[in-house]
Design a protein around this ligand. Structure first.
Ligand code: KG4
Ligand code: ZN
Length: 384
């Protein structure tokens, strides 16, 4: 089946067309995805001025970019057009999109120009995320479902991250799956017993790892988003053999559970920086390196304990922070100690937010019996 994915939970606007096949039944052909197109517009530059994501601005940008991205995604996917104009009620579309400035006009104009593409279903992120941002994608998906007369499936963003490794050809999950999901809004260890049953066994009590990267970046005067910038600074310190002359805490390392806490680490960086008369480039590099090492130690230790406790056959590391090269390396080294454990980390383009993973997660929930929705509510705190 061909699924159009839509993702607007944070500061990436993404639309993608994915061809999905296979079943969840292990005796049959397993699920496979063919990414037909991936259109994405990142708003990071726009939000950089605010040092973080500014929800009202994200909402406006999503509304502005969804139709151009839809056009591109459908065009690039080169899907067959059904040679008929869609029959739909214009007033209904205007009503669905009444809160999304300018979007109804853009979508109606676009729909008047083209034939209906042969897409079977729409998958849209319903949460978790920033509610004003989520609403734009949801209303857009519902309007499009109405125009094309196809079902719309609300989809969990974290399920998207969890299943994102399956998009790469040749990957299959063997259960139980242990997943470490690390992003700007989440840090959680999830155990999946099978395709349907996922349990969060540990999560952060305060800041998410990505949030800690972003806040420390601000302290080091590097632009938002902090992850890539800190990672670059830390690598410069390693390349120059510049070993930090100080150490940062490894929070909750011995807490005996799978909980995380990163806000103290950020505060420790704040106090550490006060000790230096001026923040030279060398200090910034060393702080970035020690911070990245501290975060990596915590993630590796907690995951090692979770492997011992849950004996997974598949280990997934996903979410925006899994784009970090140092963290990826550390997990590859860890997994080498477990010959019976398959480690999957999605490629960088599928680590950070995207719409392919939303289409993939929707396909898995469709195979699990999920029903389409005619009304969907944004759920900022939706959990797995
Ligand atoms: O999954 P994602 O794109 O969005 C959310 O769902 O939150 O994750 C974004 C987060 C940001 O905090 C960003 O700083 C972080 O992922 N990130 C990184 C790297 N690339 C992105 N963190 C560390 N190293 C990176 N290379
Ligand atoms: Zn995400």
């Amino acid at each position: 089946m061909i699924i159009l994915g839509i993702e607007t939970s944070c500061d990436e606007t993404a639309v993608s067309v994915v061809e999905a096949r296979g079943t969840l039944d292990s005796t049959h052909e397993s699920v496979r995805f063919n990414v037909r197109s991936q259109a994405l517009y990142s708003q990071v530059k726009i939000h950089a001025a605010y040092g973080g994501v500014f929800p009202a601005l994200a909402k406006r940008e999503h509304a502005k970019n969804l139709v151009p991205l839809l056009k591109k995604a459908v065009h690039d996917a080169a899907i067959e057009q059904i040679k008929e104009k869609s029959n739909f009620n214009e007033e209904k579309i205007k009503k669905i999109l009444e809160r999304e400035t300018g979007l109804a006009d853009m979508l109606l104009k676009h729909s008047a120009d083209i034939d209906r593409p042969a897409i079977d279903a729409i998958a849209v992120t319903a949460g978790p995320g920033l509610e004003p941002a989520l609403w734009v994608g949801i209303n857009f998906a519902l309007a499009l479902g109405e125009i094309w007369h196809i079902p719309v499936y609300p989809t969990n963003h974290m399920a998207g991250h969890l299943f994102s490794p399956l998009i790469t050809a040749g990957t299959t999950f063997q259960f139980p799956v242990l997943a470490l999901l690390i992003s700007g809004g989440h840090t959680e260890l999830v155990v999946a017993k099978d395709w349907q049953n996922h349990k969060v066994v540990g999560q952060t009590r305060d800041d998410a790892v990505g949030e800690a990267f972003d806040k420390v970046a601000r302290l080091l005067n590097v632009p938002y988003p902090g992850g890539p910038a800190i990672s670059r600074l830390a690598q410069e310190a390693r390349d120059a053999n510049s070993t930090p002359q100080f150490s940062l805490p490894r929070p909750m390392l011995d807490s005996g559970d799978f909980a995380f806490s990163f806000s103290g680490l950020k505060t420790a960086v704040l106090y550490l920086l006060k000790k230096f008369d001026n923040m030279t480039d060398d200090v910034r590099r060393q702080v970035a390196r020690e911070f990245e090492d501290a975060v990596t130690d915590v993630l590796i230790t907690k995951t090692t304990h979770a492997i011992a406790a849950y004996e997974p056959r598949t280990l997934v590391i996903a979410g925006g922070v899994s784009a970090n090269a140092h963290i990826r390396d550390a997990f590859e080294k860890l997994a080498a100690n477990y010959p019976d454990l398959n480690l999957y980390i999605p490629p960088v383009t599928l680590s950070t937010d995207n719409a392919v993973m939303i289409a993939a997660a929707a396909y898995i929930s469709i195979l699990s019996g999920a029903q389409p929705a005619t009304t969907i509510k944004a759920a900022g705190n939706l959990t797995l």
